[in-house]
Design a protein around this ligand. Sequence first.
Ligand code: ZN
Length: 340
Amino acid sequence: MRSDPPTKSDVPMRSDPPTRSNAPKGSGGLKYLLAVALATFAFALFPQIHTASAHREQVLSSLDAVASSPSVRVHSTTDEMAAKTLAMAERAWNRLRPRFQNSPTEPVEVFVVEDDAEYERIQPASMTRGFATFGGNRIYLRGSDLDQEVVTHEMAHILLGANVPPGLRIPDWFNEGFAQFVSGADDHTIEVLYMVTSDRVLGFSALAKIDALRGPDRDVATIQGFAVVRFLADRYGEEQLWALVTRLSHATDFDQALVDTYERSDLQLSEDWLAYASDEYGLLSLMGLRMIGTMALGALALLAVTIWLGAAIRRSIRSPSPLDLTDAEIEEAERAERLQ
Ligand SMILES: [Zn+2]
């Protein structure tokens, strides 16, 4: 059953409940007792896992406004939001669907949570604008920060998920980078430039270990993942990228699919990427020079403002304040003193 959670989301939504029951099937009381004890222990240790998914179902069931087409069904609080989101989801679907061999067997269910606090309680990681069940058909969106880009990004996760065999692990950098690439997201040039200049650009094998949901480097999956997908498209053409996506539908290993598509070993490909990154984003690259230029202009402007401010302060110290006495006033005061 692929209609819901084997979950990866905006990334992976690992806090979702498994779709099939994990209860042991009639193999003795001891195993059963052990399972119950373990489950109780797990729930005591991670109560948020249970409450988050229970809360999610509760929030979703309150979204009464529905707008649908044959391929997408949107659930929201207001008819207006549902219709607006459906138009964006249809646009994303019509643009991406022809590039994939398969689509989910059921219509894509899109849930727009307009209440920010509610959305924050159901999101799988902080600061997301949306997430999707990879290998499933559900998209969840933050209603207060909704645009075509995020809808297309999540639709890309759904379609990619529907086109890879259930057991095939897609690294987060590719899942996120691909979704960023096809949705025309901001390319994070400054962040990549910073990573290149501070020596934090990762090769393929290190990148494969980055979890897009957890850890201090979780942004790396999105930022560098996008840069790597752009590198693949730039260097080998966008059609090869789609050829890789098609190949994934019958692959047993992501790295092997990469090697077969680009006909280079993963080590060579990784070295090409690192060389491309320092050419494209290093300080001496066009983008680097442009950024240094912008920063130098900024520094000059700051210097000019500082000099002007200093001069203005000095001027104000030297010029008479309203409390200063004029010559006439001093004269008058002295005359008054003499009269006393
Ligand atoms: Zn994503």
